[in-house]
Design a protein around this ligand. Structure first.
Ligand code: ITT
Length: 442
């Protein structure tokens, strides 16, 4: 497929050709246009519109990119190419950047790439890619172009100019933006469609980034595990359900899950795509603090709820399994996490140990075992889903289906055992949430 690209920058053309190998990249100089928009998207649109006029019925693209340095209030930003004045002079730009950062400790920065596309029908699309990092004290390396010798991406101790082209493209702002372009050109949408930022609908607030980090749609499945576990205890031990500690144990479970999600994104910060850390939407420091806060919040809630002593070793094992899963990606470790979640619920509802309670071991082991197996199989099956939209949809249904399984289990238990009648209002609340919000996705 032919793609006309509005640029006179040969380095960009080389990188675009490397990242989009299956496409015929045709450079076209958008002569005489003035890049005077206040943001990357505006400038990319100015450039692409200038060539789209000439290539009606074809795909056209422009890349507007630049470096944003936190301590300089986002400069050089849209002025990256001409930071030291007209005409573009890379050594002068780099020297000025180093001079402006003399004595500055916080050297955090990010590269941004905005690709504006015009499709054959004339519709305009805009996608972004970011690469967070910091500015080195001095230049290093000879690869790449522009500010590459000064920019050290997060998780690396080498500058962009010291990485090979493949290494840079795998994590760069341009690489990330062009992955989205590839999805658009390949199928008319960016994979699942959600990542296409329509020109008129470009968003992405800080709040949204945090919601994305905590995968908010998935959070409701966690208290469900705890509640099912908690419902098992009174059914078999013969006592009635203590609803408040159980609710607080569910909350502690949610915090432990949030701890796991943040830890997962920290571990995958170098390799993950379209996540708030690699996209530069949330800083490393902020997520490290968030990871600690989530763990501490779980412990505070458990202490306030005065959860029984046995809850603590189960919660500790859960944290260990989470850490293990994030670093090994063993499906079984994820299964064990969710099985332990259920066990935490059982132990939270536990008031006294008695001989009768020993009967509980069988049903609990069975429930936790089934749960561990189900989650292990779903996790194992989900591998590679990011490159397979059909599989992603099926995994979404399997994960979303978890809430229905939990509600059904709770319904059956509450109908069979009067001891858990106290659960019924929760069941109604859960059902209402499902009707209003639908099940969580992947
Ligand atoms: P066109 O407008 O013709 O595409 P340009 O070089 O003027 O070429 P921009 O207006 O988008 O492009 O300015 C981008 C500047 O940002 C570029 O000149 C570099 O100084 C810097 N830059 C962008 N991407 C970069 C990268 O991957 N590595 C190093 N510097 C980069």
């Amino acid at each position: 497929m032919k793609l006309f690209v509005a640029t006179h920058n040969q380095h960009k053309i080389r990188e675009i050709s490397q990242i989009l190998p299956g496409f015929e990249i045709v450079p076209d100089d958008p002569e005489g246009v003035e890049e005077n928009a206040p943001d990357f998207a505006g400038n990319a649109l100015i450039k692409v519109r200038a060539i789209a006029e000439k290539h009606k019925g074809e795909w056209c693209m422009a890349d507007d990119s630049g470096l944003e340095v936190k301590a300089l209030g986002g400069a050089p930003g849209v002025h990256s190419a001409r930071y030291a004045g007209e005409p573009t002079n890379t050594p002068a730009n780099n020297a000025l950047l180093l001079k402006n950062l003399e004595g500055v400790e916080d050297r955090a920065a990010r590269f941004t790439c905005c690709c504006a596309l015009v499709d054959p029908s004339g519709e305009e699309l805009v996608v972004h890619g970011h690469c967070p990092g910091h500015i080195a004290e001095k230049a290093a390396g000879v690869e790449g172009f522009g500010y590459d010798p000064l920019f050290i991406p997060n998780g690396y101790d080498k500058s962009f100019a010291e990485l090979s082209a493949d290494e840079k493209n795998a994590i760069s702002h341009r690489g990330r933006a062009l992955e989205k372009v590839k999805a658009i050109l390949g199928g008319g949408s960016a994979g699942d469609g959600s990542r296409v930022e329509r020109v008129e609908g470009r968003g992405g607030s800080r709040v949204l980034s945090w919601l994305k980090l905590f995968r908010v749609v998935n959070l409701p499945t966690v208290p469900g595990d705890v509640l099912v576990g908690a419902a098992l205890w009174p059914c078999f031990a013969g006592c009635s359900l203590r609803i408040l500690p159980v609710l607080l144990a569910s909350l502690a479970g949610v915090f432990l899950y949030m701890f796991g999600l943040v830890d997962n994104d920290i571990v995958g910060a170098k390799t993950d795509k379209d996540r708030p850390i690699p996209d530069g939407e949330i800083s490393f420091l902020a997520v490290r603090i968030a990871r600690f806060v989530c763990l501490a919040a779980a412990m505070v809630v458990a202490s306030l709820a005065k959860l029984p002593g046995l809850w603590w070793p189960a919660a500790f094992s859960l944290v260990v399994s989470v850490i293990l899963y994030n670093r090994t990606k063993w499906s079984m470790a994820m299964g064990v996490c969710r099985g332990l979640n259920l066990l935490c619920g059982v132990l939270a509802a536990n008031t006294v140990f008695s001989m009768d309670a020993a009967l509980l071991a069988g049903p609990v082991a069975l429930a936790a075992g089934i749960w561990t197996l189900y989650i292990t199989l779903v996790t194992w099956y989900s591998k590679g889903e990011e490159n397979d939209p059909e599989k992603k949809r099926r995994v979404g249904a399997l994960v979303g289906g978890i809430v229905y399984l939990q509600l059904t289990a709770l319904l059956v238990l509450s109908l069979m055992f009067p001891q858990v009648a106290a659960m019924r209002p929760l069941l109604i609340a859960g059902a209402v949430m499902l009707i209003v919000g639908g099940p969580g996705g992947t």
